[in-house]
Design a protein around this ligand. Structure first.
Ligand code: BDP
Length: 697
């Protein structure tokens, strides 16, 4: 099936004559490196160029071989090397020829960067490390697949972020928490059970975008998953780590904070208890014996009924530091999540505000965490809604490593049945000016470490893949996984440029297809937002599974997710003056902007303020009319997506076409349901008719 190859499809170039000519430019490929990662790079290039141009480069002997120093090594004759145009790939240390070509600039590349230079017929990809060379290979293939095949190239790239991580929410029973693309590719029936070829293909997809870390089990680690840190499971986990290692991806495990009790038979999991500390040190030693480059632990503690240090009257710093000490000697990290809030709060207590929780819990701990601890902070203060303000915790801690956490899996954004390209949302977050240090402290600079001079930082995100042949269910949802990796590597890339890269690589170089797909992707977030919860208020979804409209589904529940709609108005008063005080958590002028009724941006108005239905937005519309208009409009535009997709029949692979068309049709129907439920609800509450006289049931 077409979707399986995703953006590594390496479609044949359209014009076969031109294609033939191009292939002559890559007659051979050579490297003096012999490790698995550079070999993987070579394999990828051979396959990619072979499929795109119809003629694969010959794996040639190298410069050194040609000089006869090492004797014949590969079966290929030496004559190919240097004789015509070809590709050199590898590390500077191993390849004298690459050192000659690149000279002095190479120092800037860091551990994961690469340089590409095409000149005089030779395309050279050089890096300090094998994984840098691999990233360079994928980059060259991306350029070729998107139609950039200059005979002269001069490229230097290095990732903006150190940590570029994926979190799998996969459970050992084979299910995936918030997974919308089939069952797990890692587990089945309470066993670690995988097809190595599929894991390798996942690693290729991830590495091609620059992902360098993966936590392979759900942050909610339960009984069997708690045992992952013990000997029983380590051999299989080590096999997984070995596959990912070739692609420069370090493996992490989500741990259960209570594992010393549940697995270790200790009476306590108190982080200050000597036996508990020893138990974790022993686990770390076992893990590193099996997986020498193990990445570390991802921890969800004291959150949504998961155990944590609070049970013992200890704080998050004490909990995280205890684990960090166990991993430190081995070079491991503790990635500690800040998604900590009281999930049993009461709507009658208007001073308890879930939005405040991460900041209230963690800000006082700034500077208290060890150097190998990274805090993982969700992009917004609530939970991956289509629209939320940016978490005020990002940037507020000056002496603490932080990564931003996104959700690629579309839990609240249509569950991969609706189209919702999330890259524009992530861009909004990354470009948000935190004002941590005056005017030049956007989130992207906070998490890359540069604002506060932190050595460690980056991105984490919840994966959207499963065992479905096309990985993501909705074929176009692949763009979110691709886009996440690309942004983690370079947050300056535009959402549109990423969409275009993705479309060209995935569907081939037909411009009509690429343009249509890019336009649909770029419209999709706004369309989705239009027919769902309005103006930043969020949460009007069915409880538990979170799919489909249910305006009051969570309204009188304990989860702290309210809209407070009554006959007069709607929205949550989070001001300092009269509300929960959340607006005051922002730095500098941001606090005032959100506090003020007049200055608060329209799209977040109901997140910060409880306003009358007749309140006039900056757009000129009243709140109630905005709700009606966006919902009518959103449903129409959702139907339009189905039509736009239908215009591509015969131009995209049939499997993808059918799979997506069925989903677009469902989306169009479902958007009408959203429209009618939301509009009817607010019409009944407010009694205000639609100015434009449309029927509201
Ligand atoms: C929420 C999900 C829940 C996760 C939680 C988390 O509904 O399944 O466990 O996030 O991030 O979005 O821990």
């Amino acid at each position: 099936q077409a979707g399986y190859r995703a953006w590594l499809a390496y479609h044949p170039r359209m014009d076969s004559a031109a294609s033939k000519e191009e292939s002559l430019r890559y007659a051979w490929i050579a490297s003096d490196d012999r490790d698995d990662t550079v070999r993987a790079a070579i394999t990828e290039i051979v396959e990619g160029i072979g499929t795109m141009y119809g003629a694969a480069p010959r794996i040639s002997a190298t410069a050194t071989d040609a000089a006869g120093e090492n004797g014949p090594r590969d079966s290929e004759p030496n004559a190919a090397y240097g004789a015509g145009p070809g590709i050199l790939v590898g590390t500077f240390a191993a390849n004298e020829r690459l050192r000659d070509i690149f000279g002095v600039e190479v120092a800037e590349l860091g551990r994961e960067g690469f340089a590409i230079r095409a000149k005089d017929g030779v395309t050279a990809i050089g890096a300090h490390t094998p994984v840098g060379a691999l990233y360079g290979a994928f980059h060259l293939l991306r350029l070729l697949a998107t139609g950039i095949d200059e005979s002269e190239l001069e490229i230097v790239e290095r990732p903006a972020n150190k940590l570029r991580m994926i979190n799998q929410w996969d459970n050992i029973d084979g299910s995936i928490e918030r997974g919308y693309a089939g069952s797990s590719i890692f587990y089945k029936d309470d066993e670690i059970d995988f097809d190595p070829a599929r894991i390798r293909d996942y690693a290729r997809l991830l590495a091609s975008t620059g992902i360098n870390a993966i936590a392979i089990n759900n942050v909610n680690a339960h009984r069997l998953e708690s045992r992952f840190v013990t000997g029983d499971y380590l051999p299989r986990i080590a096999e997984l780590a070995a596959i990912f290692r070739v692609y420069g991806i370090r493996l992490l495990l989500s741990i259960n904070f209570a594992a010393p009790i549940e697995v270790g038979g200790l009476p306590t999991a108190d982080p200050l208890d000597a036996d508990v500390k020893r138990w974790w040190r022993e686990r770390a030693a076992d893990i590193y014996a099996a997986i020498p480059d193990f990445g570390g632990f991802l921890v969800k503690a004291d959150s949504e009924n998961r155990p944590g240090p609070f049970t013992y009257g200890r704080g998050h710093a004490e909990g995280a530091n205890m684990l960090a000490e166990a991993l430190e000697a081995h070079g491991g990290l503790v990635v500690w999540r800040c998604f900590v809030y009281n999930c049993k709060q009461d709507w009658r207590d208007r001073k308890t505000d879930r939005a405040r929780a991460a900041y209230d819990h963690f800000l006082p701990l700034d500077g208290a965490f060890r150097d190998n601890v990274v805090l993982q902070i969700k992009n917004g203060p609530m939970d991956f809604q289509v629209r939320e303000p940016v978490s005020p915790l990002l940037g507020a801690m000056e002496r603490t490593n932080q990564v931003v956490e996104f959700q690629i899996t579309q839990e609240y954004t249509g569950q991969q049945r609706h189209l919702c390209y999330l890259v524009p949302q992530w861009k909004t977050v990354l470009d948000f000016e935190t004002r941590a240090l005056g005017e030049a402290s956007p989130v992207k600079r906070v998490v890359d470490g540069s604002v506060h001079g932190r050595a460690l930082g980056g991105f984490a995100a919840v994966s959207n893949i499963g065992a479905d042949t096309n990985w993501t269910g909705h074929p176009l949802a692949q763009s979110n996984l691709y886009g996440y990796g690309r942004l983690a590597w370079n947050p300056e890339l535009s959402a549109e440029a990423i969409a275009e890269e993705w479309a060209l690589q995935t569907f081939g170089s037909n411009r009509q297809v690429a343009d249509a797909v890019v336009d649909m992707l770029m419209d999709s977030l706004d369309i989705y937002e239009s027919y769902t919860a309005p103006l930043g208020v969020g949460w009007m979804v069915n409880p538990n599974h979170h799919y489909g409209p249910n305006v009051d589904g969570y309204e009188y529940d304990k989860w702290g997710t309210y809209h407070f709609a009554d006959r007069d108005g709607v929205g949550v008063d989070r001001t300092v003056l009269s509300g929960t005080g959340y607006a005051g958590q922002y730095m500098g002028a941001n606090a005032g902007t959100y506090e003020s009724f007049a200055e608060c941006p329209d799209e977040l108005l109901l997140f910060f303020h409880h306003v009358p239905y007749g309140h006039r937005l900056k757009s000129g519309l009243t709140v109630i009319q905005h709700i009606y208009d966006t919902h009518f409009d959103g449903a129409l535009r959702a139907a339009g997506l189905a039509e736009r997709w239908a215009s591509l029949e015969g131009l995209v692979p049939a499997d993808d076409y059918d799979e997506a068309l069925a989903r677009f049709r469902e989306q169009a129907e479902h958007a009408k349901e959203w429209r009618d439920r939301i509009n009817t609800y607010f019409y009944r509450k407010s009694g205000v008719p639609d100015e434009r006289g449309r029927t509201i049931y």
